[in-house]
Design a protein around this ligand. Structure first.
Ligand SMILES: Nc1ncnc2c1ncn2[C@@H]1O[C@H](COP(=O)(O)OP(=O)(O)OP(=O)(O)O)[C@@H](O)[C@H]1O
Ligand SMILES: [Mg+2]
Length: 83
């Protein structure tokens, strides 16, 4: 039996800046994903369920490398997907 994760998500965080004022300075941040860790074994299927706006699509985009995480690591076949 293979017990090595095919995909591993380690403490992934994504904050989007919220800007305001005439100088459009950062006044706050949207914590879209705030510390998610999970592992998927070969052949395994994982469902991500949660209320609207809880960060499912953001996490998916980060796993697919369409977006960079603020913090955290994504490992595919044991290798970091962000060099
Ligand atoms: N590019 C962005 N800039 C700023 N905030 C964003 C951005 N993308 C997503 N967000 C915010 O991050 C949070 C998570 O959004 P996300 O789309 O990941 O949720 P979701 O779980 O996929 O929701 P749904 O079930 O409605 O598809 C929301 O508050 C959303 O408004
Ligand atoms: Mg979504």
């Amino acid at each position: 039996m293979n017990t090595e994760n095919l995909l591993e998500v380690r403490d992934v965080v994504k904050y989007y800046p919220v800007t305001g004022g005439i100088f459009l300075r950062q006044i706050a941040s949207v914590k879209a994903v705030d510390g998610v860790s999970l592992g998927i074994l070969p052949g395994e299927t994982l469902g991500l369920v949660g209320e609207s706006g809880c960060g499912k699509s953001t996490l998916g985009r980060i796993i697919l490398r369409l977006e960079e995480p603020t913090r955290g690591d994504i490992l595919f076949q044991g290798k970091a997907s962000w060099a």
